[in-house]
Design a protein around this ligand. Structure first.
Ligand code: AMP
Length: 421
């Protein structure tokens, strides 16, 4: 397989798919440029070799073309500043002007294309279908967009002479620029960027090169969105810590009283099945024993600590309690491989951050003692940043959905398109 480190970009024009889907405020100022910074090593290597990167990304969910709210022009000054060169801009990602600008690029110059998702063809999903469209109309629209997607992909590919995918955040999507485009380049001329390589290695390390005990901490709000990962993890981990809103579905399934806590009543049987499966597989399921409960879903609510299955009506669990913190930390500190996804409570409220922080700190300590710790998924990344411990864990993934799908054991189209599997 080709690698970015080996590849000499001198005189070459790579199509570089990055994930510059950064948050903007109402004045189109970037509020967090982490994603741009994450792609810098790749872009800088290309430039310093004497190559000319054609930078392509999506931003937000535009529904038309053009859609100024989602124009990548807003982020052009920041990209230029971080790269230390004046990056050129193509106001359309395909078409005559893009072709001209790409052709005119000199070694060491860079071009950024306008938002790929201005075209429905990028995602390959039909746009503007009437609400009452018949199944036939839907099928016809789908077929039409798949056809025009081929043309669109070909046009993107024709701008460049090699392909670099550094957009792990969209690697789980078989979109034109993340996967389909790879077909137009032979094996020697397509590769992962440095960020993508690091992400793929981190997932690999957690899923195959496991030092035991292996502990996964699954938090967040719902069981339903994490079922497949939990099932997959039950064949891999030694300890599975269930935290966050999911706690109460398990607690209720086991006959506990959960008051007004978040709960998926249609998932009670499933929760019991997961517990059963864990037992069969010899996995230690670690559940909360106490909760910090509140009389309202608000930071200023009245609070108290109670056993997790004894929550009175009118109260809801918004974080784990001190006994649970200790129980979780004991398991985490003895672990050698750790995967963390999702907070233990509503950590957006200052008064309910304690449990999430305690888990973060236990992971930091385990890491100091030689464990490999991977933190991923939007909210856990926000949490480690908030607590200032991002550089004290082994790896913080930039991928949310992509990371979880990789851990579920699925093949990510963006990875398969380059690696072949
Ligand atoms: P997810 O996107 O599934 O990882 O869920 C993250 C969200 O779960 C965060 O916004 C938390 O506020 C929320 N969450 C965690 N614990 C609870 C809880 N006990 N009750 C309600 N929401 C929760």
């Amino acid at each position: 397989m080709q690698t970015i480190e080996k590849f000499n970009f001198a005189g070459r024009k790579p199509f570089v798919r990055v994930d510059f889907n950064v948050p903007l405020d109402e004045n189109f100022n970037i509020t967090d440029d982490t994603r741009i910074r994450a792609a810098l090593p790749t872009l800088k290597k290309i430039l310093s070799d004497g190559g000319s990167p054609i930078i392509a990304s999506h931003m937000g969910r535009p529904k038309k073309n053009p859609d100024s709210k989602y124009s990548l022009k807003s982020i052009l000054p920041r990209v230029s500043e971080l790269l230390g060169i004046e990056v050129k801009f193509a106001p359309d990602c395909v078409g005559e002007e893009a072709v001209k600008l790409a052709a005119a690029l000199k070694p060491g110059e860079a071009l950024m294309l306008e938002n790929l998702r201005f075209y429905a063809e990028e995602e390959g999903k039909p746009r503007g279908l009437a609400e009452d469209a018949t199944d036939e109309e839907k099928a016809a629209a789908k077929k039409a967009i798949k056809e025009s997607q081929k043309e669109f992909t070909k046009k993107l590919a024709s701008l460049a002479d090699c392909y670099v995918n550094d957009a792990f955040g969209t690697a789980h999507r078989a979109h034109a620029s993340t996967a389909l485009i790879a077909e137009y380049f032979d094996t020697d001329n397509k590769m992962f960027g440095y960020l993508m390589e690091k992400e793929v290695d981190a997932v690999q390390k957690v899923m195959s090169d496991i030092n035991r005990p292996f502990t996964a901490i699954m938090g967040g709000s719902k069981v339903s969105s994490k079922i497949e990962i939990i099932e997959n993890l039950l064949t891999k981990v030694d300890n599975l810590i269930i935290a966050g809103g999911m706690t109460y579905t398990f607690t209720k399934a086991l006959g506990g009283k959960i008051g007004n806590s978040i709960c998926e009543n249609d998932k009670l049987d499933l929760a019991l099945e997961l517990l059963e499966k864990a037992k069969k597989n010899g996995v230690n399921m670690v559940l909360a024993v106490d909760a910090k409960i509140a009389d309202d879903f608000s930071n200023d609510a009245k609070t108290q600590f109670v056993p997790v299955g004894e929550i009175p009506d009118g109260w809801e669990g918004l974080d784990i309690g001190p006994e649970t913190e200790k129980k979780f930390a004991d398991v985490i500190k003895k672990s050698k491989t750790i995967l963390w996804n999702g907070p233990t409570g509503v950590f957006e409220f200052e008064n309910f951050t304690h449990g999430t922080r305690a888990v973060g700190e236990a992971i930091v300590e385990a890491t100091k003692n030689g464990a490999f710790s991977l933190v991923g998924g939007g909210d856990s990344v926000a949490a480690v940043n908030k607590f200032g411990i991002a550089d004290k864990v082994s790896y913080v993934s930039t991928g949310g959905g992509a990371l979880l799908e990789a851990i579920e054991g699925r093949t990510l189209p963006g990875i398969a398109a380059i690696r072949g599997y």
